[in-house]
Ligand binder design. Sequence first.
Ligand SMILES: NC(=O)c1ccc[n+]([C@@H]2O[C@H](COP(=O)([O-])OP(=O)(O)OC[C@H]3O[C@@H](n4cnc5c(N)ncnc54)[C@H](OP(=O)(O)O)[C@@H]3O)[C@@H](O)[C@H]2O)c1
Length: 332
Amino acid sequence: MTYFPETARYNGETMSYRRCGRSGVMLPALSLGLWHNFGGVDNLENSRAMIRKAFDCGITHFDLANNYGPPPGSAEEAFGQILQKDFATHRDEMIISTKAGYRMWPGPYGDCGSRKYLTASLDQSLKRMGLEYVDIFYSHRPDPETPLEETMGALDHAVRRGKALYVGLSSYSAEQTAKAVAILRALGTPCLIHQPSYSILNRWVEKGLLDVLDREGVGSIAFCPLAQGLLTDKYLKGIPEDSRAGRPTGFLKPKDVTDEKLDKIRKLQDIAKARGQSLAQMSLAWVLRGNRVTSALMGASRVAQIEENLQALKNIAFSPDEETRINAIAGV
Ligand SMILES: NC(=O)c1ccc[n+]([C@@H]2O[C@H](COP(=O)([O-])OP(=O)(O)OC[C@H]3O[C@@H](n4cnc5c(N)ncnc54)[C@H](OP(=O)(O)O)[C@@H]3O)[C@@H](O)[C@H]2O)c1
């Protein structure tokens, strides 16, 4: 059926937009990541319905990487098909990102941070998605073996070739980020955004990275804000077969669902209930509190999750008492 996007999608009721660092780009408070549930092993119509629902509700940012699937590359292919079918006239309303940094093809040039790998990978990603350019191209992870100047030079080159509008870093430490940001600035391609993992249960960014980003005017998008689904009610009564931990292709493994984590999740759920939110909603709101993070990058396996999660934006303020209790449960 022909897709006509919801005409009220930008009226401010379902989505708000936040400035990404000191740049001209606004990102939706909630963005959608295609790491899981958009691959060749997944149902394309379900993936398509999720992208439609997200866009209908004002989610304008979709995050991919060369290796998302499985098999690697298939999420970009599926997204390309969906774009072609439903969004051909809406490209200019979207911020589409991809990355290179993990193993993608065999041999010495299919992994890490060389100019050779990043340049070839971006060309492959564009081909799979049927795009002329991506909005953001990321170095997916730091590569200690490649000079930082080379990796940043490859990002700058992608912009100069017209294949990316902006560049970003993912999972770089505070120190690596400060150096990379300086190199990019000197090259004339400022770093738009950093993509770190961040959730109630995973606080490494609070130990320096967020300060560097604030100082340098770089935006941030927090990945795995739901700890891959742990920060929801889904694992409280065992591991459902159709969950990420229950499926053979999921990155979350049954051994990751520990009693210790479940105990924390139960306690966090009590706080969420008192706020009138589900635990998923509170966890997304928590990442967005205080405006230090530009966007929460959630994943989803079905439309209903996106609908539920969007309601998080109705209350992203936390009282000092709630903050203290959440920190105590998280062990911070
Ligand atoms: N830069 C990097 O190195 C890196 C690494 C990882 C991820 N990422 C990015 O971050 C994105 C998000 O990562 P993620 O998918 O792990 O994020 P997440 O938001 O922490 O977890 C998403 C998963 O939680 C479950 N879920 C979501 N909403 C729910 C709800 N309301 N109730 C119950 N369960 C719910 C779903 O899993 P079920 O399948 O169990 O339903 C969903 O797939 C990725 O797609 C990718 O774009 C980047």
